[in-house]
Design a protein around this ligand. Sequence first.
Ligand SMILES: Nc1ncnc2c1ncn2[C@@H]1O[C@H](COP(=O)(O)OP(=O)(O)OP(=O)(O)O)[C@@H](O)[C@H]1O
Length: 296
Amino acid sequence: MKKAMLIVNPSSGKEEALNYVEELEGILNQQGYEVSVSQTEKELDATKFCQSACKDEFELVISLGGDGTLHETINGLIDEQHRPKLGIIPMGTVNDFARALNIPLDPEKAIDVLRNHQTRKVDIGTFNADYFVNIVAVGAIAEATYDVSPEEKTKLGPLAYVVEGMKTLASNPSYPLSIEHDGEEWEGESLLFLAALTNSIGGFENLAPDADVDDGVLHCYIIKDINVLKLPAILTSILTGKLKKNKDVLYFTARNIRVSSRENLVTNVDGEEGEKLPITLGIKPSHIEVMVPLTE
Ligand SMILES: Nc1ncnc2c1ncn2[C@@H]1O[C@H](COP(=O)(O)OP(=O)(O)OP(=O)(O)O)[C@@H](O)[C@H]1O
């Protein structure tokens, strides 16, 4: 019999993931799957559950959670020989990966995708010895996102990050960065460096409009050291999908990147705190297979 695992984070977003388990089990049973349900309690549980599903040759793993749960689930399958197909029921506050793949944000509609779907191969980013699926950010705004409490996220959704980011921008902090990419080098003061795999970042689907989940490159933005008066223009270009055209922004695509600084800077990886600089980034093209809506 085919085997499917549901990885459920009951604490994600508005804390509703458990409400959908029974319905999902019913659908998967009808499709001939034997279903096991694994409920996460803490960090890295999703990775361990997913690793065991790979070792036991499951055909399908479904993540019911936000981007954090998904990030951990995907980290559990990347290095495995047998990699199950991945289903996504978005339950988080932002759900960037689901947005990038046109998976509906309404859980009921996302469940419908499992009934009627196609699969799409998706690139995975490498971050030192780990992996990411959305974004790596370096800079004070990236750090500010750690200050967002789970309560604020539940209440405000993506806006919680904007509020925290704005508080940081008021002091306009920039850092000296050195960025090597595919043999080229950039050095200077930067407010923020972003390396994106998908178009949707922090719920803004226009941030990296050129980034497609299977284009085999990282889309990078260096927001240079700028006067605080220019920040509204940067914000407008983010909202209108024209960030790369802003003259205070350097845009490039790359497959191999090294970021370093003489300052002791931490990073943000898929919305969570990552290792300090220096970091090495790369890409594994079309590495995992995800269930997505049918295209007409
Ligand atoms: N039962 C649990 N209670 C609290 N935290 C948990 C539990 N299970 C897992 N976690 C941790 O919660 C983290 C965040 O989960 P997730 O990203 O799914 O939700 P979210 O933060 O509400 O959504 P988003 O990432 O969209 O903001 C996970 O990375 C995991 O480490």
